[in-house]
Design a protein around this ligand. Structure first.
Ligand code: GLN
Length: 202
């Protein structure tokens, strides 16, 4: 059976562990290198990307994690996790390091002060296009959006209406995926199931 880690330096770790367990996956928090070495996939949760970036250094996880991602470790980043996986980040601190595992440019806190946190229904490729599937309720909390996608990057979801309509909020490149929103807070585990299936197929 595949074991899926949740990076547990900061952020909403327990919610991701619960969502992965609800999908039948074995989920374990990852704080040390030995724990990272023992997983077949990794979720990077929401939280604060600059704090998580600093803690990756403090816990000596930055280089090992970059190494595992280069070797093809499947990864899913939500919100701050998307920021950490990106190749280019706009509006971050100059000293914030990131993992450079997804060929995208993201803008932090992109939705602006008026709409810091909001919810909306989305179509999600590979999930809501299945027969009889409901739209996906997506919760955004001081979220980034994706401003550029490289040639190998597939767009899985975009905002459908309102002032941010058309903004890309879910992407996948090979074994790495990311969402601007927080599926772990809605009780809808379809994004986690999608990732569990990706890890199983890897
Ligand atoms: N705004 C946060 C950051 O830039 C991300 C917010 C979140 O993960 N909910 O890291």
């Amino acid at each position: 059976d595949r074991r899926i880690g949740v990076l547990a330096l900061q952020g909403d770790v327990r919610e991701h562990v619960a969502a992965l367990n609800a999908c039948g996956a074995e989920a374990v928090p990852v704080r040390r290198r030995a724990e990272l070495d023992a997983v077949d996939g990794l979720v990077i949760p929401g939280g604060e990307s600059t704090a998580m970036s600093r803690l990756l250094g403090v816990f000596d996880l930055y280089e090992p994690l970059v190494g595992r991602l280069r070797e093809g470790l499947p990864a899913y980043g939500s919100c701050a996790g998307m920021i950490l996986l990106a190749s280019t980040i706009l509006d971050t601190r100059d000293d914030a390091r990131h993992l450079d595992a997804l060929d995208i440019t993201v803008r932090r806190n992109a939705f602006g002060r008026q709409v810091e946190s909001f919810e909306t229904d989305l179509a999600f490729a590979g999930i809501t296009d299945l027969p009889d599937a409901d739209p996906m309720r997506a919760v955004f909390i001081r979220a980034p959006w994706v401003e550029r996608t490289g040639p190998g990057v597939e767009v899985l979801a975009s905002v459908q209406d309102g002032p941010a309509a058309g903004r890309v909020v879910a992407v996948r490149q090979g074994n790495v995926m990311a969402t601007s929103f927080h599926p772990e807070v809605t009780g809808d585990v379809r994004v986690h199931q999608f990732f569990v299936d990706m890890v199983g197929a890897a």
